[in-house]
Design a protein around this ligand. Structure first.
Ligand code: HEM
Length: 516
């Protein structure tokens, strides 16, 4: 699979090289006409003007002008690789997905790892969460696991997402990263504290993509072949181990090699040192959810490993670099909505919104037929649909077959009632309104960040405080005060240590660095 040309897949049609009269491979125009000279434009005499007849020149300039597509609105800077997933433990009691059906079963995958708030040329060593996306090309279609390197997120309601991202990206006037916007938003949204502490802890800058864990973060539902369902959380533990960069290292590397993690991934795969992750799940019986001591669908919280220990599922191995960055890494479109039978969503409202956001973003970024792009197609589950037409329809578009359903003709696609896409579940009726998520469970934005802070070694606490102070020092005084009040609600020592570090900085100020 994917052994051949630049879109990552083999293509027998284009394998034979077309040669010119000298026997060398022939350079052609996009329409396939031979190019006779690619150094000299067509002119009237040696010093004369250009001619419209230089079709190769016109095509070359015109195509160049159209090389860019919109970059991802978040997670624009990323690196990708091909590999496989292998089941190492029987989980058929939990999930009926065919790619998980037996120990030893292998599935082709494509992974992409990214920073969140920088543009596509941004420094890989930014202090920022990291994306962790895996596309599983299964016989039932693609399953996209679109996660992060942190088990929690800044917000628990998606309505805040565009504001969160605006505040972390560039100022609308200066076009610079803006510590005021950054901390203004976060200090007004204390549910962000858990993610903020992780981001400013030593884990906030992983030493390359290979040295971090991945998490599905949300709660998902797994359904087995008997129709029994469980809530699950996905964990991908780095077999390379966790390694992080200090603030000083991250700033220095950002200047020397902004593509540090991209290069590390590429070179390790090229040298045969294949990175791998062990896939584990936490499993919660459905009936536990309403009784759990907090809302188990709250994305700002983790489930206790004591209550729900990790259970091994399999191994992800990445053993092949992309042959073309744009065709594979840029055009790949991950979506939490790409699920296979046995894997379903939970009531986490952030996840529910993501079921819409990604395919919508891909339609804008890569066009309405983005699923026809080879890297997004599943070679093991043929697409048979009545959808037709649209920009960049590059397959045979259903040929002469009917483009509507129901129809009266034989051997045309029919729905299969034996493969339902949802495990039937009951939703409590209620009054429509704009409620804080899970109002019926007391929200506590501080308990888990407190446990995280108190569980850190003295050294990790010191680095976390230093990282926070180095960044928040660029914000206005009233914003700093409000964020310190948030820290104080979490733990007095966290707040007072940040205050002390800021006092020290006032005595010997350092410049605010955007990768701080
Ligand atoms: C990328 C939206 C939360 C992980 C994206 C993209 C959008 C988006 C529009 C760009 C997609 C593209 O152009 O292909 C949202 C919204 C969220 C949210 C609306 C919440 C309301 C999250 C969370 C996670 C996450 C909680 C992790 C658990 C990612 C990753 C990518 C991404 C890994 C990059 C995928 C790739 O490598 O192409 N997000 N996101 N996002 N998001 Fe989110």
């Amino acid at each position: 699979l994917f052994g051949g040309d630049s879109n990552g897949k083999s293509s027998s049609k284009n394998e034979e090289i077309r040669r010119g009269s000298s026997g060398e491979p022939l350079y052609t125009t996009l329409a396939g006409h031979p190019v006779s000279d690619d150094n000299n434009s067509l002119t009237v005499g040696e010093s004369g003007t250009l001619l419209f007849e230089d079709l190769h020149l016109l095509e070359k300039l015109a195509h160049f002008n159209r090389e860019r597509v919109p970059e991802r609105v978040v997670h624009a800077k990323g690196a990708g690789a091909h590999g496989y997933f292998e089941v190492t433990k029987d989980v058929s009691d939990l999930c009926k997905a065919k790619f998980l059906s037996e120990v030893g079963k292998k599935t082709e995958v494509f992974g992409r790892w990214s920073t969140v708030t920088g543009e596509s040329g941004f420094a890989d060593t930014a202090r920022d969460p990291r994306g962790f996306s895996i596309k599983f090309y299964t016989e039932e279609g693609n399953w996209d696991m679109v996660g992060n390197n942190t088990p929690v997120f800044f917000i628990r309601d998606p309505i805040k997402f565009p504001d969160l991202i605006h505040s972390q990206k560039r100022n609308p006037q200066t076009h610079m990263k803006d510590p005021n916007a950054f901390w203004d938003f976060l200090s007004l949204v204390p549910e962000s504290l858990h993610q903020v502490l992780i981001t400013f802890s030593p884990r906030g800058v992983p030493d390359g993509h290979r040295h971090m864990h991945g998490y599905g973060s949300h709660t998902y539902k797994w359904v087995n072949s008997e129709g029994k369902a469980h809530w699950v959380k996905f964990h991908f533990l780095s077999d390379q181990g966790i390694k992080n960069l200090t603030h000083e290292q991250s700033v220095e590397i950002a200047g020397i090699n902004p593509d540090y993690s991209t290069e590390d991934l590429f070179q390790n795969i090229q040298n045969g040192n294949y990175p791998s992750w062990t896939f584990k799940v936490q499993v919660m019986p459905l009936e536990d959810a309403p009784k759990y001591r907090f809302d188990p669908f709250d994305l700002t919280k983790v489930w206790s490993h004591k209550d729900y220990p990790l259970r091994e599922v399999g191994k992800l191995v990445f053993n092949r670099n992309p042959t073309n960055y744009f065709a594979e890494v840029e055009q790949v479109a991950f979506s939490p909505a790409h699920m296979v039978s046995g894997i379903e969503a939970s009531p986490d409202r952030v996840l529910q919104s993501r079921l819409f956001a990604y395919d919508d973003a891909a339609r804008y970024r890569a066009g309405g037929n983005y699923l026809q792009i080879p890297i997004n197609q599943c070679p093991f589950a043929k697409v048979q649909t009545y959808a037709r037409d649209g920009f960049m329809t590059v397959n045979n578009n259903g040929g002469s077959k009917p483009n509507y359903y129901p129809n009266s003709f034989e051997d045309l696609p029919r729905p299969d009632p034996q493969t339902p896409d949802v495990h039937p579940y009951k939703l409590e009726g209620g009054v429509v309104g704009r409620y804080p998520p899970r109002k019926w469970v007391e929200q506590d934005d501080y308990e888990q960040p407190r446990a995280l802070w108190q569980g850190m070694s003295a050294e990790d606490q010191e680095m976390t405080v230093k990282n926070i102070a180095g960044h928040i020092q660029g914000a206005k005084e009233f914003i700093i005060k409000r964020q310190i009040a948030v820290f104080r609600k979490c733990d007095e020592s966290l707040a007072s240590k940040v205050e002390e570090a800021l006092d020290m900085k006032k005595k010997s100020p350092e410049p605010y660095t955007m990768v701080a």
